[in-house]
Design a protein around this ligand. Sequence first.
Ligand code: UDX
Length: 477
Amino acid sequence: MAEIHRKPHAIMISVPYQGHINPFLNLALKIASNGFSITFVHFEFVHHRLSKAHHCNKTHVDIFSQARESGLEIRYTTISDGFPLEYDRNANFEEYWGWILREFPARVDEFVGKIIQSDPYLVHFLVADTVFSWPATIAEKYNLVNVSLWTQPALVFTLGYHLDLLRENGHFPCKDNIDEEVNYVPGIKSISTRDLISVVKESEQGQYSMVESVHMGFDQVKKADFILHNTVYELEAETLSALNKYQPNYAIGPVNFFKNLPSYTVSKSLWSESDCTQWLESKPPSSVLYVSFGSFVLTSRQVIEEIAYGLLLSEVNFIWVVREGILSSGDTNIMPDGYEDEVKDKGLIIPWCNQIRVLSNPAIGGFLTHNGWNSTIESMWCGVPMICYPFLYDQPTNRKLVVDDWKCGISLCDGTISVDRKEVAEKIKSFMSGAASKSLRQEANKVKTILHHALEVDGSSQGYFDRFIKDLKEKIH
Ligand code: UDX
């Protein structure tokens, strides 16, 4: 077959979770609008969920059709993970992620091999999530340039990158309740063991798939040609500079807010979005607390109850995203009986929303968050201070950045997830209107300015992105 070389072509594969899908879709559009052709691969069940959430016929939903109308070369396809569509991947995370680490790579290999065989434009590079266990192996086999996207802060990346140092110093595995200083990791001046990523904690060692995932992902990323970070240089300068001594790192975030993408409405949400605009417009400026624990966290009925009554006791207006399936017990009856009647017009409880739209509304005065990195960076983009309630993975480390380093949030509890309604109510009250709330807002606005400037034409993230494109082109040719 004659080769038709139009644009350099990438295969992009996202991890099938909302917090990874969102930055991947935006990165695909940004790369495509810089003269590249993209084959974007979703897991089949993600495609199915998107179709369902957006009421599209499964065979017709094409998340990039509008982008193509704007002249971008993006093809969209799916890969099966080998599980039935209805299999609950969150509730069975240990089994599922273990399979994705160990068995799924053979499927990716076959899949990439087929695309390469059939593609008249050839494939030049691969863009995959750093947490996958196969990118370097596949890139090497098919002679592709290997681009890794890290969707969390550089601080978390550095901890994963230097697991060996944590191990040598007795902090991997790390006893759960100790407070020791870690000051030997390049690029991290000082961090308490309490703020380390949860997978290094002793109690998490039974979560084999997550522990293995960090090992495998970071072994692979050490062979990547380019590492893209969804963060901003000015926020993590020391950490990023230290990483640059090992490999080329590009801080291009916040990816979810890239500018000058073609106008599009790519379907991203895995759940249908409730529209909160009218309700928010009935509330005074900065009076509403937005509450959400992201797409992934599972928790207990007791935690939900304490948060629920804490919110009520605080007398603050709130929007609370209570995701279907958030209870680890699998119980579908989530809220306490009669709760919504007690709340009346003070609160809006919804299954999902367009979070960025909600956070951008002037009625929002704060965000009670689990500190998933997307939620954290979206809150900062909107200048909204946070009450931090981290559960696991990167979330405790993200809390440290928000509260201790950037001073635009407070902690709900002292590093635990056990909450008490009275404490929740008091924290919320003082956070929304107490003496400290003004300084939190000021600090949040300072961080907001840094993030917004980073994506301007002369900003650091735009600069890193341009350099990445230039370096990528040189590497490909
Ligand atoms: C997961 C991990 O839990 C998190 O720690 C890691 O940083 C990223 O992967 P998740 O828990 O879903 O992500 O949290 P987060 O990173 O905050 O991503 C959630 C995304 O869903 C955000 O982009 C947010 O805008 C979106 N969202 C959330 C909605 O669009 N609507 C909602 O109602 C809630």
